[in-house]
Ligand binder design. Sequence first.
Ligand SMILES: NC(=O)c1ccc[n+]([C@@H]2O[C@H](COP(=O)([O-])OP(=O)(O)OC[C@H]3O[C@@H](n4cnc5c(N)ncnc54)[C@H](O)[C@@H]3O)[C@@H](O)[C@H]2O)c1
Length: 263
Amino acid sequence: MGVLTGRRAIVTGAGSGIGRASALLFASEGAAVLAVDRDEQAVGETRAQVVAAGGRAEAMAADVGEEAQAAAYVQRAVDAFGGLDVVHANAGVSGGLTPLLEATAELWAEVLRVNLIGAFLAIRHAAPHMAAQGRGAIVCTASVAGLRANAAGAAYSASKAGVISLVQTAAAALAGTGVRVNAVCPGLIETGMTRPLFDAARARGSEGRIGQLNPSGRHGMPNEIAAAALFLASDAASYVNGQALAVDGGLSAMLPFSRAPHR
Ligand SMILES: NC(=O)c1ccc[n+]([C@@H]2O[C@H](COP(=O)([O-])OP(=O)(O)OC[C@H]3O[C@@H](n4cnc5c(N)ncnc54)[C@H](O)[C@@H]3O)[C@@H](O)[C@H]2O)c1
């Protein structure tokens, strides 16, 4: 029996990277999963992978930052599965690496719309279903960029700091309902979002230096974030609420350091 056996789940941004890994892992642990992504073909492929592995999944194209579409994907899961127990609000965009003083208000609005308002809308529409049954777990994907500067562009960092605040506020707002709200804060993970960085490093032959700033000495993989999201979504985290869990190889725990060869 899996840790999510009998649970009904939604994963957004499930067409790629962390979201796809999360959908596959949640399903392998027994959940029925609605995979949501704005890329219809990609999320259909995720669904096919879950089904091929023996799991149960539906797929739906939606823009998580549009309220009517957020309401629709939540309703779709409730209709398809008969209720809702878990949401991994994971869809996000990077907004690129435009320097702060060159970024436009339009860029900021779009990054905040998807990354922060998208997470808010997931909570806004999912939590009432969970509260009505007295049980639920919501996991938002934030980032180490929401904890410290210099991991990404300014709008992205602000959006992820907002997600960390959002899970604290939502956990407080949902006190007494049985609904927990937490964030996972990935470090550098190889996904569609970071592919240009990895491709450029491989082209330069410097891929071995990726991740050297954290004590684990490497970058992370999507399944390592999915594993943390699974923990936060499961009853193993029954007393974890309103937290931001860094899964970054130790990056956010360190001041800059140089690795001595004998250590
Ligand atoms: N890759 C990293 O190093 C890293 C680090 C920290 C946090 N994150 C966060 O992890 C989450 C997943 O990103 P990833 O790294 O797997 O990237 P990814 O690009 O591989 O996957 C993101 C998915 O989100 C979807 N998406 C984007 N905007 C959407 C929208 N408006 N509505 C619905 N779907 C949308 C994309 O189509 C894509 O399939 C994001 O929130 C990202 O900010 C990633």
